[in-house]
Each structure stands twice: as structure tokens, then as C-alpha cells.
Design a protein around this ligand. Sequence first.
Ligand code: ADQ
Length: 467
Amino acid sequence: MPDGDDKPGGGRLIVLSNRIPRGNIPSGGLVHAIHEALTQFGGLWIGAAEPTPVAEPGLTTIGDDAYERRTFALSEEEHRRYYLGYANSVLWPLFHHRSDLLDIDEGDFDHYATVNKRVARAIAAIAKPNDLIWVQDYHFLMVAHELRALGVSNRIGLFLHIPFPNPSDVMALPQVAMLPAWIAAHDIFGLQTQRDVSSVREMLRADAKTEQLDDGFFRRAGREFCVRAFPIGIDAQAFADAAERATVPRLTIEKRAPLLLGVDRLDYSKGLVHRFEAFAHYLENRPDHYPRPTFLQIAPTSRGDVTAYQEIREELEQTAGAINAQYADLDWTPIRYVNRHVDRDVIAGLYRRADVALVTPLADGMNLVAKEFVAAQDPDDPGVLILSHFAGAVEQMKEALLVNPFDPAGFAHTIADALNMDIRERRRRHDALREGVFRQDIGWWTQRFLDRLSAAPRPIDDYLKAI
Ligand code: ADQ
């Protein structure tokens, strides 16, 4: 946290995220980190309420301890069109390089804008002059711009948890012309990776009104803002402790059978079908005398109301079924596919039990599973991480076995390499990965972001008048 004074610039912290915890705060993870920062600084956490038939303006208090939790209202139609529509059927696929899945409806953007404006008005009504405003993710790309239009001169930072589209993909967004102004309204626009920073820089370079300065800074409409990478981390110690304590459920697999593990939300960006097919490729070419591996994939349904998610679920079930039908034996099921949420502590234990983790998204802002798997290992006998080139985590985790998930043969060879890796090589790779995961953890991430944000120059009045 910023040195000296607990309060950044003497003010409070206002965090905006779509999801807001209603009850107890789960240990570890992003929610816990935000909770910690708010506990330290005091302030407010604002998130979406459960949808209701009609959305009223203003905020509702849902919890009050060291800081307040408040919700903004969302109508059922807004949930459908702002959240499932524009956020998750336009921005999510576009930012994950899946323009083919775009489901563009002009009315959905109108609802996105309405919700962003309502949230901005609610924040403007409560923000005190020195409060820091920290916006989370793609649901609120317009909020800072709306706040500026309302005359709010507080420091505002946004952290984008997902990738940023490259310059040609971004052209598929009907609102592309507005993006530079939305981004420039922040003091800090934070991204997961250098790759994402480059994509934003490319887009801004094409914007006639934006001037590029040094060290990640830009100038637009007379004021400076910063675009920078803040790779998110995990609460590594909490995960390591949970993994050590965990009692793993008895897995009905052969005693010496290698266990491969995947843990993901069921999302087309996670590359699950490609992963299953690569595993089938491995099985096809596996020498007979090798032990028969089990691949356990845990993938609970998410965003089940969106068609693209229903389709990926069906495709995955069919692929798992077909592979098992082809390779299973009376006493062996190669793929175990579990389509439900599993407790974090059990997941931690499974990470530790697994010989290989398959973290192979086709696009991913960071991917916390890669870091959780590393933190959960026994350093004396660590498992092997297979990581996709397309996970943001790859910029920090070069000692993983890197794969191209689109190449089933190369992927299958990497699975073989992982299963055959000797203990010295496993330890060498794991030591390096572990050091990074513990050093650049979630506390490091929060601190870096808030330090930068509190040090940003305050927006000037002329800019506010010009917007
Ligand atoms: P997500 O797309 O949700 O997050 P990820 O980073 O992998 O992806 O985080 C998933 C979290 O959910 C992990 O903590 C994992 O343990 C947990 N999880 C996954 N499957 C689970 C299951 N079956 N049961 C229980 N828990 C499960 C977005 C971006 C990512 C970025 C994060 C954080 O898409 O790229 O890393 O935000 O910024």
C-alpha cells in the first residue's frame, strides 16, 4: 500500500466490480485482496444487485464493517442486455479474439451505456475529493468517461482482467471510435500483460487526438494518462497451506496411474475441446507399456444463458464421450469430466495430487489456475505445468512447458514430455515458477496498482470542461 499514510492521498478507496460478495469473504483470490485493501483504506465496494423488474437509481447498502458494501440496481432487461448481451456476447468474445462469436445488437449497447451512466452518477454523488476510484474490468469501460463528464476530478484507475484485442480485431466493435476517449478518461488503464499494453498502444497510435509520451504515458484532450501492465497474482501462501491441509477425495484411478488435471470455468476461451483432442492424440500414440493416465477436467457451467456457452458445453460433452468410447477399458476411463463447482480446498488438494496441469486457453487475460497449481505443489516432488502461449501467465511463467493448443500433435508430445520428466528437471522448473508466484502475489499486485494510482497527477479542470 502507499507508504506512510494509510489513506491514499488522505481519501478513501471506492472499488467498482460487477460481482460483489454478499456474505463472508472467501479466503485467497481477488475478492479477498479487494476486501483487504478496503479494510486498510476504508471506503466502499460497489457491485451489481440481483436483477429486479425495474431498476431504481442510487445505491443500496448491503454490508457495513470496516468499509461499506453497496449495490447498484439492474433491471431484468439490463441483466439480459448489458451483462449477458454487450458485456458477454460482444466485449468478451471480441477481447478473446473470437469475432466469429459476436452477437451485436444496437439495443444491448444502449443498455450498457445506461448502466455505466447510472453507476457513474451514483459514484459522483458519493465521491469525496481525495477518494481513489478503482474500476474492475470490461463491464464498466465507460464509467470513467461519464464521471469526467459529471465533473469528477478524482483519480480513477481501471484494471482489465481480460486480454485487449489487437488493432484489426478491435475494428469489429461498433463503438471502436469511442474507445480512446473511454481509456483516456482514466489516470491509469491497467492490463495483465505487455502484449495487451502493446495492443492498446497500437490502437491509440491510430487515434489522431492521442499523443504518445514516454514510459507508458499518453496525452489526450490536454491531460496525461498511463497504460501499464499489472500482472495479477494469487494469495500463494494461502493456496500452499490449503493444499498441504487438504484431504483429496478418493479418486477411483489405478494407484500408479498418472493424473492430468484441468480446472476452468466452462468457457470457449479456455480451449477445452482442443485439450481433449490433444489428450486423445496422446492416447493414440502412447506406447502400450506406459501406465494408463487419467485426465480429470473440472469445468462448471458459466454464463449458461448465452448460446455460445450452451454450444461449447454440448461440444465438450460429445468430445469427452467420443474419446472415452474409443479408448476406455473395463477398468479405465481416460477422461473424467466434472461439470460442477468444486470447493477451493478440494481443488488445492487435487492440484497437489496431480502429476500434470493442463492450462491451455486459446486466449486468457492471465489464468490464475496456472499460479494456483504451482503454489499447491510439494516442492520435493512437484507436478509439471503445461501452459498455453495464449495465457497471459506465460509472460511470467516461462519455466512451464509451453504449448500451442491449436497443434494437437505438438501438444501431445508435450504431454509425453511432462509425464516423462525426471525429478531434477521437475524441481528446477518448479523452483523458478514458485519463486515468481510467491513474490508477485496478489498483495504485490494490489499495492503496485494503488501506489501508481495514488501517485497519478490529478486531472485538470480544463480537461473536465473540454470533455
Ligand atoms: P476467469 O476467466 O474466471 O478470470 P481464472 O484466472 O482461471 O479465470 O480464474 C478462475 C478461478 O476460478 C480460479 O481461482 C480457479 O481456482 C477457480 N475455478 C475454476 N474452476 C473451478 C471449479 N470447477 N470449481 C471451483 N473453482 C474453480 C478472469 C480472466 C483471467 C484472469 C482472472 C483474474 O479471464 O484471465 O486471470 O480474471 O484477473
